[in-house]
Design a protein around this ligand. Structure first.
Ligand SMILES: Cc1ncc(COP(=O)(O)O)c(C=O)c1O
Length: 355
C-alpha cells in the first residue's frame, strides 16, 4: 500500500497554461518553476509545459537542473547570480539572468566576453529586489558598455497584484512604465495575479506560477471560478478506524473530545510528509466522496478524522488531502498559510507519480 502520494496531472498543467494564454493573448509565457516547480517537480512540470515560451527559476542550480533534463527553452534566473563565475556558467548554458543590484553589474563586467542575455529589474514599489526607477538610464548605459551583454528587456514585480482594489499596483505600473518609456527591449511584470487581474501589466512576457499549478492567486476568486484545474492530487490511505466512546480525547495534547460515541479514522499522512501541522480541527479531508473534518492535532505520521459522515469507508481506502474536489487553497486558508507553501513543503517521504 502506498503511503502519502502526490499524483501530478500533466493535462491539468497544459490546461492551466492555456488559461494564461486566454488571459494574456499574444504574450510570451515564462512559466515559474522555481522551488522544484512549486513542489511539483521542476523537470516534470517543464516537460509537461513544453509549449511554454520559457521558464523562470530562482537560482543557477535550478536552471542547470532544467538544462541537464533537456529543456531547451529560454530559462530566466530571477535572483542570486552575484559572482562572475555564476554569470560565466549562465552564459555557457544560454541562461538569461535578472540583474537587480550593482554587485551583479560588477560580476558581469568581471565575466565579460561570452554573449549573455539579461533582464534589468526595476524596483517599482515593492522594495525587495531591483534598481530604483530613477537609475534606469545609468544602469542601461553601464550594462550596454559591457561586451557580450544583451539586454532582453525590463522587469518588475508587484507586491499586491492579488488584491484588485489595492492602489499600489497602479502606482507600481505607472512608475515602471515611466522609467522604461522609449527604452529598447521587452517588458515583463505579471505574476499569476497580474495575468488575471491587471491586463495593463501584461507587457511582452508574463511570469505566472501558482495559477499553472491550479491554485487561485486572487483572494476572493476560487480556482474553480477561474477555471484552473488542480495539478497535484495528494492522497493517503485510511490505516485504522475505531469506535471511541463519548467524552474521550483524540491525539496529542487531547485537544479534541468526542461529543458522542463515534467512529474515528486514522489517515497515514502527517507533518513528516508536509501536511501542515497547524491545520486545525475542522479542516476538511475527502474520503469516500465525502468531506470529513480533521480532529485533534496533526502528528508526524498521521492525522485523525471524524468518520461520522463517512462511516462506511474501509481500511486502505485513499483520502484526498488536496486535489480534485478539495482545493489546496481551502486547506491553506484553514491552516493559515497559502497553497504555495503547502506545495513547497512536501517532504521526500511523499511518493510522486504522473498522470
Ligand atoms: C519575480 C517573480 N515573478 C513571478 C513569480 C510567480 O508568481 P505567482 O506564483 O504568484 O504567479 C514569482 C513568484 O514568487 C516571482 O518572485
Amino acid at each position: 500500500m502506498i503511503r502519502a502520494q502526490a499524483v501530478i496531472d500533466r493535462a491539468a498543467l497544459a490546461h492551466n497554461l492555456q488559461r494564461v494564454r486566454d488571459h494574456a493573448p499574444g504574450c510570451r509565457v515564462y512559466a515559474a518553476v522555481k522551488a522544484d516547480g512549486y513542489g511539483h517537480g521542476a523537470t516534470t512540470v517543464a516537460h509537461a509545459l513544453h509549449q511554454a515560451d520559457g521558464f523562470a527559476v530562482s537560482s543557477l542550480d535550478e536552471a542547470l537542473q532544467l538544462r541537464w533534463a533537456g529543456i531547451e527553452q529560454p530559462i530566466a534566473i530571477l535572483s542570486q547570480m552575484l559572482d562572475a563565475e555564476s554569470c560565466a556558467t549562465a552564459a555557457e548554458h544560454a541562461l538569461e539572468i535578472v540583474i537587480f543590484h550593482d554587485a551583479q553589474v560588477e560580476a558581469l563586467a568581471a565575466s565579460a566576453g561570452r554573449p549573455i542575455r539579461i533582464w534589468v529589474k526595476l524596483d517599482s514599489g515593492m522594495h525587495r529586489l531591483g534598481f530604483a526607477c530613477e537609475r534606469a538610464d545609468e544602469i542601461a548605459q553601464r550594462l550596454q558598455a559591457l561586451p557580450g551583454v544583451q539586454i532582453m528587456g525590463w522587469l518588475t514585480h508587484f507586491a499586491c497584484a492579488d488584491d484588485p482594489d489595492d492602489g499600489l499596483t497602479d502606482r507600481q505600473l505607472r512608475a515602471f512604465k515611466d522609467a522604461t518609456r522609449g527604452r529598447a527591449g521587452d517588458r515583463s511584470m505579471a505574476n499569476s495575479a497580474a495575468v488575471l487581474a491587471w491586463p495593463d501589466a501584461h507587457g511582452d512576457v508574463v511570469r505566472p506560477g501558482i495559477m499553472l499549478y491550479g491554485s487561485s492567486p486572487i483572494h476572493d476568486r476560487s480556482a474553480h471560478v477561474l477555471d484552473l484545474r488542480p495539478v497535484m492530487h495528494l492522497s493517503a490511505p485510511l490505516i485504522a478506524r475505531q469506535t471511541i466512546a463519548a467524552g474521550e480525547p483524540i491525539g496529542y495534547g487531547a485537544t479534541w473530545r468526542t461529543p458522542e460515541t463515534m467512529p474515528v479514522g486514522v489517515i497515514g499522512i502527517g507533518y513528516g510528509d508536509g501536511y501542515p501541522r497547524h491545520a486545525p480541527s475542522g479542516t476538511p479531508v475527502l474520503i469516500g466522496g465525502r468531506r470529513v473534518p480533521l480532529i485533534g492535532r496533526v502528528s508526524m505520521d498521521m492525522i485523525t478524522v471524524d468518520l461520522r459522515g463517512a462511516a462506511d469507508v474501509r481500511i486502505g481506502e485513499r483520502a484526498t488531502l488536496w486535489g480534485p474536489g478539495l482545493p489546496a487553497d481551502e486547506i491553506a486558508a484553514a491552516a493559515g498559510t497559502i497553497a504555495y507553501e503547502l506545495f513547497c513543503r512536501l517532504t521526500p517521504r511523499v511518493r510522486f507519480s504522473l498522470a
